[in-house]
Design a protein around this ligand. Structure first.
Ligand SMILES: [Mn+2]
Length: 272
């Protein structure tokens, strides 16, 4: 790696698994360490259209990042770029869904991260999630674009469990790529600190393993390895039923790189 994008050593691990019930894996994941880029997508649609949508989304976004080498010192310009690449992926999927009858109605979620000097831009649409483990606390940084989240937010139910008991399904998305010409993208800029662990995942992971349990497994990275934690998450999601495709990507934030130009010390950025 000739020019690291981040002022921190970043380690990555990623997996995608069909699970134990579905005939196909309609999730997709691409991680490009040289670009500091992580993209997870969970496709929906008949036949294998979901697979097409999630692959189009991940490949379009990564290709745009490859083609346009951008300085990673200005977090706001990367945030806008993340938003633009997701919009572009949306249009491509939406158009293909209209043109090819076998792809009608296809869509996908997206959850992505793009690292800069001492920050990370997050972008998401749908119910694929982004979590951060920091100082032993696991925090969900993304808010699902789903019907169940909406009725909870509007105060109809006190908790997710209440809504579920009432019969509100978990899998009704209120936003996805491919359903309209324009999509509302959620983005944010977060700071990076040594010891942080970021998790990007499809609902086949967080739907099978409770947050407390995910936290415990992620905590084990300190004694074991990042790959071991990724393996454990997939294995346990399968042991818990593996009812959906399971996809995850982890970013572990290590020590600061002493020689990094324009790093955390050199260029303090006021992002949020
Ligand atoms: Mn899923």
């Amino acid at each position: 790696m000739s020019h690291p994008v981040s002022a921190f050593h970043l380690a990555y691990s990623w997996r995608s698994d069909r699970g134990r019930v579905r005939a196909q894996n309609e999730d997709a994941v691409i991680v490009e360490p040289d670009l500091g880029l992580v993209v997870v997508a969970d496709g929906v649609g008949g036949a294998n259209a979901g697979e097409v949508a999630s692959r189009l989304a991940t490949e379009t976004i990564v290709e745009r990042f490859h083609r346009q080498a951008m300085s990673r010192t200005d977090s706001e310009s990367i945030r806008l770029f993340v938003e633009a690449t997701i919009q572009e992926a949306n249009i491509i999927i939406w158009r293909q869904g209209k043109e090819a009858s076998e792809h009608t109605g296809m869509g996908t979620t997206i959850a992505m991260g793009a690292a800069g000097s001492d920050w990370l831009v997050l972008g998401h649409v749908g119910d694929s999630r982004i979590y951060r483990l920091r100082d032993g606390e696991l925090e969900q940084l993304s808010r699902d674009h789903s019907f169940i989240q909406e009725v909870i937010d509007q105060g109809f139910f006190a908790s997710r469990e209440d809504a579920r008991r009432y019969g509100i399904g978990e899998n009704i998305l209120t936003r996805a790529l491919g359903s309209a010409a324009v999509v509302e993208v959620a983005t944010q800029i977060i700071d990076l600190a040594t010891g942080d662990l970021l998790l990007f995942c499809s609902d086949g992971l967080n739907g099978m393993i409770a947050d407390d349990w995910m936290r415990e497994i992620l905590m084990s990275v300190a004694e074991n390895s990042l790959d071991a934690a990724a393996d454990a998450l997939i294995r346990i999601a399968n042991e818990q039923g593996g009812k959906d495709n399971i996809t995850l990507a982890l970013i572990q934030v290590g020590e600061q790189i002493k020689s990094h130009a324009g790093g955390a010390e050199g260029q303090r950025l006021d992002d949020d």
